[in-house]
Design a protein around this ligand. Structure first.
Ligand code: REX
Length: 422
């Protein structure tokens, strides 16, 4: 993908500055650089590591070994896109996992919602530091102290109503799978609980924040969420397999069936494909596929969806773990991989589906990975190994683990080089 002019100029200028900084005075203009040059923006002049596709398949097999019926990943960067799939997308029919099939992306929706809201901010229709009270008067008792930025960065202190909703996994899911909530009802559930922090004081992940982001989008535009995702992101990028179908309960077109793990050991998986996902709304109700997700993340990081000022705001990160390897910006995560590469994107969990969608800072390399299960932490962690495999290549810590997993007795039922979507 070609970078827009302003990104190319920034990178070019930063590279020149870096070369000048390391070159001896007499050769300052010779621009002969032998080692890798890393600019302040983290853009390396050395060629990026080649994805380790054996390690990628290893990560996907680890995911199915940990309880997912199937797993799939698609990587773009450099040459032809590659996809790998293992296991099944439908346990009843036995249909193989398919890189062209759609699924529920959970909280990757938050990145779409953040982009729409930041576009509105760029248009001057609201300010990132506006109190929520200004736009949604009376919604929150402390709406004059909670800002739009607090919502996008999970610093509002509003409790996550989904913790109580899904305390008991299968009964919790069955109680809401056919329900249609208004966003106000969901916010009401959160307000019944104590605040987790003072507004702005600390990061505390909460779906409530992004339900309100959805309300702000509808308030500022006077249009429904589906229309705004469509007009501002889906159409311009040609994401034909991406949609906000709420409150429709089915996943349109060729799709992956999702299987929820009950809390009790040994209980049969619950087919959770059909649901309104109304509990998630702008925090997690979208549907997409691997190709659309890599296109979206590349376009976002490549500067094609937001002006630089708004992309910079999105990329201002706070740590979310004590190890200092995970961060959150505005509707965007950053993971620092073992090889030193930083990737930006989001993870997602809805009943039956785990998703990862990440790209490098320049948007040139991107990965979308999905497993058709949830409530199975081991499967989610194993799927995360796909990030190391493709972005770190042979240098990744998990590449060795992935190869070691070749000892698995069962070959991957489907192992596809990208048959592009019809
Ligand atoms: C809800 C419970 C999980 C799922 C949730 N999902 O909050 C949002 C999301 C939309 O994608 N968040 C993830 C259920 C973490 C993210 O940002 O990466 N768990 C399940 C239970 C547990 O029911 N008792 O695993 O399917």
């Amino acid at each position: 993908m070609r970078l827009p002019a302003h990104r190319r100029l920034t990178i070019g200028a930063a590279l020149l500055a870096a070369v000048a900084a390391v070159a001896p005075a007499a050769t300052a203009h010779a621009a002969v650089v032998t080692g890798p040059v890393v600019t302040p923006a983290g853009v390396s002049a050395a060629p990026p590591p080649r994805p380790d596709l054996d390690a990628l398949v290893g990560a996907l097999r680890n995911t199915t070994a940990a309880g997912a019926p199937g797993a799939v990943a698609r990587f773009t960067g450099g040459g032809r896109p590659v996809a790998r799939a293992v296991g099944v997308r439908d346990r009843a029919s036995g249909a193989a996992m398919d890189p062209r099939a759609r699924f529920r992306i959970g909280s990757v929706t938050k990145t779409f919602s953040a982009v729409v809201l930041l576009q509105l901010a760029a248009e001057g229709r609201l300010g990132l530091d506006d109190p929520v009270e200004r736009h949604l008067p009376g919604l929150l008792p402390d709406g004059d102290r909670i800002t739009v930025r607090h919502l996008l960065s999970h610093r509002s202190g509003l409790a996550d109503y989904t913790d109580a909703m899904f305390e008991h996994t299968v009964p919790g899911f069955e109680a809401v799978r056919n329900r249609v909530f208004t966003p106000r009802e969901l916010v009401g559930l959160s307000l019944r609980e104590p605040r987790t922090t003072q507004p702005g004081a600390a990061y505390a992940y909460s779906n409530t924040n992004f339900v309100i982001v959805g309300m702000l989008i509808e308030k500022a535009t006077g249009k429904g969420l589906a229309q705004e995702y469509e007009r501002r992101i889906i159409k311009p990028l040609g994401l034909d397999h991406t949609a906000y179908v709420h409150p429709a309960a089915s996943v349109p077109g060729r799709h992956v069936r999702g299987y929820l793990h009950p809390d009790g050991a040994g209980a049969p998986l619950v087919d959770s494909t059909e649901q309104t996902a109304s509990w998630a709304q702008a925090a997690g109700a979208m549907i997409s596929d691997p190709a659309d997700l890599t296109t979206f993340m590349s376009a976002l990081l490549g500067g094609r969806l937001l002006p630089p000022r708004m992309l910079d705001a999105m990329l201002a990160m706070s740590p979310t773990d004590t190890a200092g390897t995970r961060f959150y910006g505005l509707g965007l995560r950053r993971y620092d991989l073992t090889c030193g590469v930083q990737v930006y994107g989001h993870t997602g969990t809805v009943q039956g589906y785990y998703t990862y969608a990440f790209a490098t800072r320049d948007g040139r390399r991107a990965l979308a990975a999905m497993a058709n299960t949830s409530n199975r932490g081991g499967a989610n962690t194993a799927l995360g190994g796909s990030l190391e495999a493709v972005f770190c290549g042979g240098k990744s810590a998990s590449a060795a683990v992935g190869r070691g997993f070749g000892a698995t007795p069962r070959p991957a039922p489907a192992d596809a080089d990208l048959p592009e979507r019809g």
